[in-house]
Design a protein around this ligand. Structure first.
Ligand SMILES: [Mg+2]
Ligand SMILES: [Zn+2]
Length: 186
């Protein structure tokens, strides 16, 4: 479990339903909407010196719902909205495949995390893995890190929740609880 004030080596954060509202295969930059306090969570990680990396499954590309340029447009808008609130993303890694493609980069596969760690020079263990799906936190168990499962907008959690994974109503609550200790939210 988390210890108060323990600083992760990096934060690997899911995008849809964790940083921005998941309206289902978001493909237009005009649809991008930050979730409440998501930017605060990223900024806190920035302030603590924790590199923030987005790791996202984008099967909408593999399913033919939108192309990679649409993904990049949405991504650019998200990064812009975060930056307007003083929150910085180090890098983004995405899986463009459909589940039936059988790739090794689709979460909970580890390929994107390993690639990020290698390219960004991050320690592979001791990371923070946050998202609204179990697939987002499973890598924490495999790589030796901390998982934070955030609730959906309806307040329910994806499951089954693995032991040792922290549940939090949203990203801010989970990240601030981990870094600042519970009940210490500025
Ligand atoms: Mg998600
Ligand atoms: Zn993939």
């Amino acid at each position: 479990m988390s210890g108060r004030g323990r600083r992760p080596t990096a934060a690997y954060i899911d995008r849809d339903g964790t940083l921005m509202r998941d309206t289902g295969y978001v493909a237009r930059s005009a649809e991008v909407e930050l979730l409440p306090r998501a930017a605060d969570a990223v900024r806190l990680l920035n302030d603590e010196g924790v590199p923030v990396v987005i790791v996202t499954n984008q099967s909408g590309i593999g399913r033919g719902y939108f192309d990679e340029s649409a993904f990049h447009a949405v991504q650019a808008r998200l990064v812009q909205l975060l930056e307007l609130e003083g929150a910085r993303i180090e890098a983004t890694y995405f899986c463009p495949h459909a589940p039936e493609d059988g790739c090794d980069c689709r979460k909970p596969g580890l390929a994107l995390y390993r690639k990020a760690a290698l390219e960004l020079g991050l320690q592979s263990s001791g990371g923070l893995f946050a998202g609204d799906r179990v697939q987002d936190v499973l890598p924490a168990l495999e790589l030796g890190g901390t998982g934070i499962l955030v609730a959906g907008t309806d307040g329910t959690y994806d499951g089954p929740v693995p032991a040792r994974v922290i549940r939090a109503t949203d990203l801010w609550t989970g990240v601030s609880g981990l870094l600042l200790g519970a009940g210490n939210s500025p």
